[in-house]
Design a protein around this ligand. Structure first.
Ligand SMILES: C[S@@+](CC[C@H](N)C(=O)[O-])C[C@H]1O[C@@H](n2cnc3c(N)ncnc32)[C@H](O)[C@@H]1O
Length: 256
């Protein structure tokens, strides 16, 4: 199935190429989940336990609300329309003043209707070539399937280092999809920095479980992670519309 969110750096196209490479495991941990394209694309029976984690509290609140309060969430969309005014009204709201359901509605609306699904400083997206990504008539149908898929998934909101250390076991598999090198602050200020690539490498060197990390194919990354095996895969990504696809290569770093 597909994720319910287009997301900056979302791995909708890469996930089918990675899934066949996932080793046998018991516990699946998606450390930098974002829109969790890998979780939604893979078969849930591949893993006995599934955990998704992200440091972004608004995003994690959205997951939790879809999991536990779907009806109330959908009710909020009954009278909402797709409009620039509404978009900027939501953007102005301070998340800390809202209830969890309101927080989730705000984050979902901004992500669905913002240009290129940008997390930082979203701007309203309007085009003569495509209908809005938020389809108010299908929201219930779309999210009901997501709700069912999330029903038995653990949702965490911790920094990556805590999650890797805490859930590391010989039969754990980690899917690691950090911000790209050079784009460390795209998901928020101070949550991931250049030095984190070294810190992450040191943590990954010591784990008992297995991992695949997807990252931009740069000589600097190959050098940083040279003690691990890597594969180069072809993929493409789009920014701001499916018609603007760009072909790129991506690096898969693995410890097996
Ligand atoms: C490249 S995106 C993941 C995209 C995801 N694989 C998908 O398919 O949608 C990276 C994610 O890492 C999260 N992140 C950034 N720094 C983090 C940290 N220190 N710990 C945990 N998550 C972090 C961001 O909030 C962002 O959602």
């Amino acid at each position: 199935m597909n994720s319910f969110l287009a997301y900056m750096g979302g791995k909708s196209l890469l996930a089918p190429k990675i899934i066949p490479k996932i080793p046998k495991h018991r516990c699946y941990v998606e450390v930098f989940a974002g829109a969790a394209w890998m979780l939604f694309k893979k078969d849930e029976n591949m893993s006995h336990v599934e955990i998704i984690n992200d440091i972004n509290l608004d995003l994690v609140t959205l997951y939790r609300v879809i999991k536990h309060h779907l009806e109330e969430f959908i009710r909020y969309f009954k009278w909402i329309l797709v409009s620039r005014d509404e978009f900027y009204r939501f953007r102005q709201e301070a998340p800390e003043t809202l209830t969890d359901i309101q927080k989730a509605v705000r984050f979902y609306y901004l992500l669905k209707l913002g240009y290129a699904a940008r997390i930082k400083n979203p701007s309203f997206s309007i085009a003569t070539t495509a209908r809005p990504r938020l389809n108010l008539l299908r929201i219930e149908e779309e999210l009901s399937a997501i709700h069912l898929r999330l029903a038995r998934v653990y949702i965490e909101n911790r920094p990556y280092e805590e999650v890797i250390t805490r859930f590391d076991k010989p039969d754990t598999f980690f899917y690691i999809d950090p911000p790209y090198l050079g784009c460390e602050d795209y998901y928020g200020d101070g949550i991931f920095q250049r030095e984190d690539f070294e810190k992450l490498r040191e943590i990954l060197k010591g784990i008992k479980g297995k991992f695949i990390m997807s990252i931009n194919d740069l000589p600097e990354i190959k050098n940083l992670y040279k003690e691990f095996r890597y594969e180069v895969v072809n993929t493409s990504y789009s920014a701001g519309g499916a018609d603007k696809k760009k072909k790129v290569t991506e690096l898969l770093v693995m410890n097996y």
